[in-house]
Design a protein around this ligand. Structure first.
Ligand SMILES: [Zn+2]
Length: 215
């Protein structure tokens, strides 16, 4: 991920756009109604309804109070580019229902984490042992603690089919970040360091090999 993700908030001067995800300036308006299509006739004005326009994509975000009511796939950072496509799809679907069903969101993300474990060479059968395996392979143990605390893994983990993962939106939101964090640590960073290594001058690499060979 480049830079920090700033979730959209009411009256925010700038944040990551719900539609294009770019961090940019937002222009705010009140949503008003008229009985005529030309803006004339009877007027309505309910200040709870607002609209913000992204300066980058020009697409509107419609607000009711502090809630985004359009588009609905909101409030989460985009999936890590290195995630496999089917997990990206779970992720996008999970974000599209976050407003309506945080528990459904959590269930989909749990499935995504299971698939990600399998993609990363774990059995894909038991999420507890899979996450332990990833920690042994270099994933920070704090990820395990975080997944434990939201009951995705651990003794209190909820079994698939019995959806009762968590019921609040902010906890569900953290799960998106955890999925991306696992992908960042276990896929993106190893790939990046491989790329750096491959672009080192050949004679230097030979020097390193010789040195390591002589130790
Ligand atoms: Zn935009």
């Amino acid at each position: 991920m480049k830079g920090k993700y700033i979730a959209p908030f009411l009256d925010g001067e700038a944040f990551n756009c719900v539609s294009c995800h770019v961090y940019t300036k937002q222009n705010w308006y009140y949503l008003r109604g008229s009985s005529g299509p030309d803006g004339y006739g009877d007027q309505t004005n309910d200040p709870r309804f607002r609209i913000s326009y992204c300066e980058h994509c020009r697409f509107p975000t419609i607000w009711y109070g502090e809630s985004v009511i359009f588009p609905l796939n909101m409030s989460v950072e985009p999936p890590n580019d290195d995630l496999p496509d089917d997990i990206k799809r779970d992720y996008e679907e999970a974000s599209s229902i976050l407003n309506l069903s945080p528990r459904g969101t959590a269930a989909l993300l749990r499935l995504g984490i299971q698939k990600l474990c399998a993609h990363l060479g774990q059995s894909g059968k038991n999420i507890n042992t899979d996450i332990k395996g990833l920690v042994a392979a270099g994933l920070p143990p704090r990820v395990q603690e975080a997944l434990d605390s939201v009951r995705v893994i651990g003794n209190d983990a909820v079994h698939p089919g019995k959806i009762d993962l968590m019921d609040d939106r902010s906890t569900a939101s953290q799960l998106f970040r955890l999925v991306n964090f696992i992908a960042q640590k276990m896929i993106t960073e190893p790939r990046e360091i491989d790329e750096i290594y491959r672009n080192l001058p050949a004679e230097k690499l030979q020097g390193i090999k010789d040195r390591d060979g002589n130790q």
